[in-house]
Design a protein around this ligand. Structure first.
Ligand code: SF4
Ligand code: SF4
Length: 368
């Protein structure tokens, strides 16, 4: 059955600013029904890396915060720490970056909570029993919230073709070691030139698979379960993060994490996606390259698959803009495939539909 996806374009006017339109989309998509009085409501977004400018503007978050408060809910803005070492790799840096990017309490009127805690070790194992994972590691604050609304900036992504709701939920709400599991099919190894022999890794290893041999630690591959805890624990980054995985596999893994993130929230989730500033790369970069297509609009739905499908279809109806990374590629029909020829972004949608996360069939309902 086709899922409903609500869409508003970029036109604005008197009593019809984009902020007003987002509020209307919230109502039209049925979000009030997922929020109860005094419930904790996670507003999952990407605060943007330092230097990035593509993320959703904080003013929109304030409007959503006001809507949730108006329904008696207790909203908070949240995201989990990154796997790579950047400006959001622990809660201290992450909050600092979020505030610098405009998400201060005075602006958004709600607290910011880093979902997997100070160093990314606050997570809940959620059983899913799927092809890649039996359990996924979901950032604790998101898991414990009563309801979740994912606010997503739709853009390109070098590993999944595009980044939409599934990516925002799956990769975004995996703990740091969960992110390592999604990113890599390879067991970690210690770089002996960097290891200081502090043994922090062995204290965190749940399989006793990494131990000091002489002055440096070594991974025992016969015991290692590939959980990734050591890679995110080492203070001197001596345990290599291996980013190697096949594009189909990482997309399926992200979908399994998205399922885990929603598993205890049946009837308690909704999605709002901004197809604006459609940059070629994800907001984890410290820049935002020129948008590939014109700003298209804002979408809302209760189905995470349908909304991603609708977004990609809308993007692919557009003409690639000049002076972008698609310059010199006339007649592009598939914007992200053209940008990342080796990545078939369809896989994330097909797999999500296969496991029952939502439907690729949708009815696009235009709103004012
Ligand atoms: S990946 Fe996990 S099991 Fe393997 S050595 Fe690191 S902490 Fe231990
Ligand atoms: S945590 Fe890092 S530096 Fe310390 S022993 Fe393990 S690999 Fe070496």
């Amino acid at each position: 059955m086709a899922s409903k996806v609500y869409f508003t374009d970029m036109r604005a006017g008197f009593k019809k600013s984009l902020l007003d339109k987002v509020e209307r989309l919230f109502d039209q998509a049925g979000m009030p029904a997922i929020i109860g009085r005094k419930e904790l409501v996670a507003l999952k977004l990407h605060f943007g890396e330092k230097g990035n400018t593509g993320y959703i503007r904080p003013q929109f978050l304030r409007r959503i915060v006001n809507k949730v408060k108006g329904l008696g809910g207790k909203p908070f803005l949240t995201d989990a720490n990154t796997l790579y070492f950047g400006s959001r790799d622990n809660a201290y840096n992450h909050l600092q970056t979020a505030i610098e990017n405009g998400f201060a309490y005075a602006v958004v009127d709600a607290p910011l909570i880093i979902a997997d805690g100070l160093t990314g070790k606050d997570y809940i194992n959620v059983e899913i029993n799927r092809k890649h994972f039996k359990e996924v590691k979901i950032a604790s604050a998101a898991y414990h919230a009563d309801a979740i609304i994912a606010l997503t900036h739709f853009k390109g992504h070098e590993m999944t073709g595009f980044g939409g709701v599934l990516k925002n939920l799956g990769m975004g709400l995996g703990s740091r070691s969960g992110k390592q599991n999604m990113h890599s099919d390879v067991l970690p190894s210690v770089n002996p030139d960097r290891c200081k022999g502090c043994e922090r890794c062995s204290q965190w290893c749940p399989a006793q698979a990494i131990n000091l041999q002489g002055k440096v630690s070594v991974v025992d591959e016969s015991k290692c379960i590939g959980c990734g805890e050591c890679t995110v624990t080492c203070p001197v980054h001596a345990i290599d993060i291996n980013w190697k995985t096949r594009p189909e596999a990482i997309q399926e893994k992200i979908v399994e994490y998205a399922e885990g993130a929603l598993k205890n929230k049946k009837g308690k989730y909704g999605f709002i996606t901004f197809v604006t500033n459609v940059s070629p790369d994800c907001d984890c970069y410290g820049w935002s390259d020129a948008p590939l297509v014109k700003d298209i609009g804002i979408l809302a739905s209760l189905d995470p698959v349908a909304i991603d499908q609708a977004c990609i279809d809308l993007v692919n109806q557009e003409v690639a803009l000049p002076n972008t990374r698609l310059e010199g590629k006339p007649g592009v029909r598939d914007i992200f495939r053209s940008l990342y020829p080796d990545i078939d972004w369809n896989r994330q949608l097909a797999y999500a539909e296969e496991i029952g996360l939502g439907s690729r069939q949708y009815e696009l309902i235009k709103c004012d």
